[in-house]
Design a protein around this ligand. Structure first.
Ligand code: 1HN
Length: 350
């Protein structure tokens, strides 16, 4: 800003700005400081959503609109600092989706990529390019960019999951494409669990064979709770705890060892009862789900109580401290994958 200028100079500059404004020209020196800040000042703020409260509203929506009418029956978790943008951080979206017994959410595909993290219910499925992933609580399921997906719930209980998408990231590039399949559901291309049994077991169909149908760069789309929880248990029994993270495991893409989606990274943590993590901050904006236990999170100056299935958001560059009253098991996804590709990611541990 140039507030320190003499009055005469300022008024001549104001004349200049007025004259050039209709030509869509604007002076950088008036906005430079807001564009290039010494450190991140995200508009998104720290916030926690109570699962019980959100679930109440979602179930009411379930009485009022069907999954088919809605296409997707979802309550968007909008960051209170950036309402109206369908965003939980500057680059990521989160929503809670309900699918009731017998319902189908019709098949479509889009350039935005998605993950689902199951909050409650068993036996409903997502179909990814014609292969069902049958889901259980705290399973992670991916829908990579441009892959067909429909959802169904043949069980007798509601199923609710958290959707994580890169909606605001794709919006920046204006690269949104989408289409609907003529049929409500995609024809079956493989038995449920075929990809998990293969790629999840460090195998792949012989390259070029008839069974080689998943995209080579991102084949796996189901990371079951039973597997990642067991891995965390073994880790907690055998490895030294990281003072800043607790016991933490990242989900990887078996094709390259990288993040699960091009724009989204995901990990899980176990903080043992009585443990308090040292403060740590990172530039990725992260969305956390409490899978087990109770405790507290201190996010910058904001402290929130954590109960099972609550969701909280840690914006860019805000320090995080986690305190566990009982063993605390957390799932998180963030835009670290995008930031690392763009050379922007940074972290700092105290
Ligand atoms: C979407 O396709 C799903 O497939 C869920 O379940 C949430 C939010 C924005 C755009 C597309 C789904 C979505 C979405």
């Amino acid at each position: 800003m140039t507030t320190h200028l003499p009055n005469d100079q300022r008024s001549q500059l104001e004349d200049l700005y007025r004259e050039m404004d209709p030509s869509a020209l604007t002076p950088l020196w008036e906005v430079l400081a807001a564009l290039v800040k010494p450190e991140p000042r995200p508009q998104a703020i720290a916030h926690r959503w109570s699962y019980d409260e959100a679930r109440g509203y979602l179930m009411r929506a379930g009485d009022l609109i069907s999954a088919e009418q809605a296409e997707r029956r979802v309550l968007v978790l909008e960051n209170p600092g950036i309402r109206g943008q369908s965003a939980i951080t500057g680059s990521l979206y989160a929503g809670l989706q309900l699918i009731l017994p017998g319902e189908i959410a019709p098949c479509h595909r889009h350039t935005q990529c998605a993950l689902r993290f199951v909050m409650e219910g068993s036996g409903a499925y997502t179909t990814v390019d014609g292969e069902k992933a049958v889901m259980n609580p705290f399973d992670l399921v991916l829908t990579p960019n441009w892959q067909w997906h429909d959802h169904g719930n043949p069980s007798d209980k509601p199923m609710i999951w958290l959707d994580g998408l890169d909606i605001p990231t794709v919006r920046i590039f204006d690269t949104t494409f989408s289409e609907r399949l003529d049929d409500k559901v995609h024809p079956e291309t493989a038995p449920a669990g075929a990809t998990l049994a293969t790629y999840g077991g460090n195998l792949r169909p012989f390259r070029g064979s008839a069974a080689d149908r998943r995209p080579a760069e991102r084949p796996l789309f189901h990371y079951p709770y039973v597997q990642w929880r067991q891995a965390l248990t073994v880790m907690a029994q055998s490895a030294a705890i990281d003072p800043h993270l607790g016991h933490a495991l990242e989900f990887t893409n078996p094709a390259d060892g990288g993040p699960v989606l091009p724009t989204i990274s995901a990990h899980v943590r176990l903080i043992p009862a009585g443990f308090e993590t040292r403060p740590r901050r990172a530039t990725d904006g992260a969305v956390f789900v409490v899978c087990e236990g109770r405790g507290r999170a201190r996010i910058g100056d904001t402290e929130v109580e954590l109960r099972e299935r609550d969701v909280f958001v840690v914006p860019c560059w805000q320090s995080l401290v986690l305190q566990a009253d009982e063993d605390l098991v957390l799932f998180a996804y963030s835009d670290k994958a995008s930031q690392q590709k763009l050379g922007l990611y940074k972290e700092e541990s105290q």
